[in-house]
Design a protein around this ligand. Sequence first.
Ligand code: 5GP
Length: 129
Amino acid sequence: MASIFSRIAAGEIPSYKVAEDEKHFAFLDINPMAPGHTLVIPRHEVDYLFDLSAEEYGELMEFARKVALKLKKAVPCQRVGIAVLGMEVPHAHIHLVPLQTEADMDFRAPKKTLSAQEMTDIAKAIAEA
Ligand code: 5GP
């Protein structure tokens, strides 16, 4: 069965879409560490990021770079942080997190609660940046 992230990328499960191309999909994390916390995935379903081929890995990173540039334009921040964990969802994904301080990238901190409207507005702002 397809992973939850494959189903999101296929549009079968709703998400706050930020960007997509033929091979990749980017959407807001449903439990954000900071407003604008984005996940970037390859459509090709591979559990572990470092099991991607060198070519797929390079293309994913380049797609993530483009998303990060848009994210920085749309969400005021010092830096866009990048992280890979993959402890929860077995479909390779990159976390992009707008950072004001180092403390904004704390995976154990309580997550932010944003309204559906706020999530919609942020996703739109990133998509259009
Ligand atoms: P990780 O696998 O990197 O440890 O964590 C998975 C991340 O995916 C978490 O930050 C979690 O909030 C996010 N996540 C899990 N399920 C969903 C989902 O159905 N939709 C979205 N948008 N994010 C999800």
